[in-house]
Design a protein around this ligand. Structure first.
Ligand SMILES: Cc1cc2nc3c(=O)[nH]c(=O)nc-3n(C[C@H](O)[C@H](O)[C@H](O)COP(=O)(O)OP(=O)(O)OC[C@H]3O[C@@H](n4cnc5c(N)ncnc54)[C@H](O)[C@@H]3O)c2cc1C
Length: 302
């Protein structure tokens, strides 16, 4: 493919051709992307996004891959993954913390707790990066990213480097405006936390949350976390699926987890097709029994 040679010569960073997406998704599913690009600076990312946009080359942004299901055919275009140090990885000034988008969210939560900063401890144990957590407005136990978010640095293919504030991001339940924008990449963000808490107590709270999560979630098997969104006014999706008698249902290597019905797990060798077929069977039966069409929370890259 001609554009890959040009791209590789022009934009500094790491370039991986035909890179299997199964290596970069927690589901361990997904065929090769034409190119995976890891930029070495925000400027390189900015220039690269403009080039890809101008040449009509599709772009997929990867965080930790904990919420992604990628096609068995892979991705025709460029996947972009940020290194942890695309900006300063993490910096604390009083209650304000800035973190790079490629930083694991778990590290942000851990370091905030160690400094007695409260506001994100309920997010302990959520896998993935800061960038992915902003895109998804990740949350748990009544808290979400939007509660503490102040602003983010972003790169848009059309308008270049910019700052986005909370109003720009239009956070909602597991969503942000980024989900409707064409490949705007978050490079780093600022969060406002409350100082003065007891670090040991916060760390205990984080440990307890992780203990409870590990007791409920099938963390030993590849998955993308909660597969379906909860529907306002109805019991959680997992309960609806369980009541429909679907726990343990399998298609190929994909299975509705017997441990938590809103997790679809890869028990070995699952394909994207297996997961999509299983998803359709769950949706069909839940709709027949409960009268609601469950919407996937997982980002599906067809
Ligand atoms: C065992 C398990 C438990 C989970 N528990 C929870 C939970 O309790 N709560 C919860 O909310 N989620 C949960 N998840 C889902 C997942 O951890 C979150 O959605 C997480 O925020 C995804 O982050 P990521 O970096 O892996 O993003 P990815 O999965 O890589 O990407 C998700 C989306 O974000 C976009 N994206 C990623 N980085 C950027 C960036 N820098 N700029 C712009 N867009 C970007 C991607 O294009 C993609 O569309 C769980 C997942 C697993 C596997």
């Amino acid at each position: 493919m001609n554009w890959i040679d040009d791209f590789q010569n022009e934009f500094p960073g790491t370039h991986l051709r035909e890179e299997p997406m199964s290596r970069h998704t927690n589901f361990r599913i997904g065929g090769p992307a034409d190119l995976m690009y890891i930029p070495n600076s925000v400027n390189a990312l900015d220039a690269a996004l403009r080039y890809l946009n101008q040449n009509g080359i599709p772009v997929l942004i990867l965080g930790g891959g904990y919420n992604l299901l990628v096609s068995d055919q892979g991705f025709r275009g460029a996947t972009v993954k940020l290194p942890e140090d695309i900006t300063d990885p993490i910096d604390f000034q009083g209650g304000t913390v800035t973190a790079s988008a490629g930083l694991p969210l778990k590290r942000l939560v851990r370091e905030a707790a160690a400094r007695g900063l409260t506001g994100i401890e309920n997010l302990a144990g959520i896998p993935g990066t800061v960038g992915g957590a902003i895109y998804m407005n990740a949350g748990a136990y009544g808290s979400c990213v939007a509660d503490v978010f102040q602003s983010a640095g972003a790169v848009c293919p059309e308008s270049g480097v910019r700052t986005m504030n909370a109003a720009d991001l239009q956070f909602n339940y597991r969503s942000s405006i980024l989900q409707e924008m064409r490949c705007t990449v978050i490079t780093g963000a600022e969060f406002r936390l409350r100082p003065g808490a007891n670090p040991a107590e916060l760390e205990d709270r984080c440990r307890e949350i992780i203990r409870v999560r590990n007791g409920k979630h099938p963390v030993g098997l590849p998955s993308a976390g909660s597969f379906f969104r909860n529907t306002r006014g109805l019991p959680p999706a997992g309960r609806l699926i369980e009541e429909a008698g679907l726990k343990g249902l399998a298609v190929g290597g994909a299975q509705v987890s017997p441990m938590h019905a809103n997790f679809i797990v890869n028990t070995g060798g699952a394909t994207c097709r297996d997961v999509l077929d299983l998803m359709a069977r769950v949706q069909e039966k839940v709709q027949r029994i409960h009268g609601v069409l469950l919407e996937p929370e997982v980002r599906i890259i067809p």
